[in-house]
Design a protein. Structure first.
Length: 160
């Protein structure tokens, strides 16, 4: 009786697959869970007035390191001026701006996921469709007057 030869161990998707979420991603998911619990405790009235969301966004921006803090403060002012109908809120621990409860745009500081630049992102709820392909996020290393004007136009269009 012969022993059946065992195949050599082949590299599988399991061997090369990611070990799961990074520590930063897990932290963002925990932050989102806390945000949802806080929203549920505050109830529907708080969602409409947006005062809690504004305080939370400003507190989150204050925690950021420079130069992202300055960019986030400036973006907050630009977004509030360009699209006053958007409500500030936290989204996965990031400052975000929502219409009817749906996030339209958000700011992600570079430290959030250990990236080399901060990001201004737009969700699929943003009205930025332009043909079959368009950008949905922008890398930010600094803000110039021209960048600020372009962002104001994008946010206004996204919120329309």
């Amino acid at each position: 009786m012969k022993d059946t030869p065992k195949p050599a161990r082949a590299a599988t998707a399991i061997d090369t697959a990611s070990k799961g979420f990074t520590a930063e991603e897990r932290a963002a998911m925990r932050e989102r869970a806390r945000e949802l619990k806080a929203e549920a405790r505050r109830g529907p009235r708080a969602k409409k007035d947006g005062a809690d969301g504004e305080r939370e966004v400003l507190a989150k921006i204050a925690e950021m390191a420079e130069p992202d803090r300055s960019m986030a403060q400036r973006l907050h002012a630009i977004i509030k001026a360009a699209a006053p109908a958007l409500s500030p809120r936290l989204w996965y621990g990031m400052p975000a701006y929502a219409r009817d409860g749906n996030v339209v745009c958000f700011f992600q500081d570079a430290a959030k996921f250990k990236a080399r630049y901060a990001t201004l992102g737009f969700s699929d709820k943003a009205n930025l469709d332009d043909g079959a392909m368009w950008p949905s996020s922008y890398a930010l290393t600094k803000l110039t007057a021209a960048d600020e004007a372009r962002i104001a136009v994008l946010v206004k269009k996204a919120a329309s």
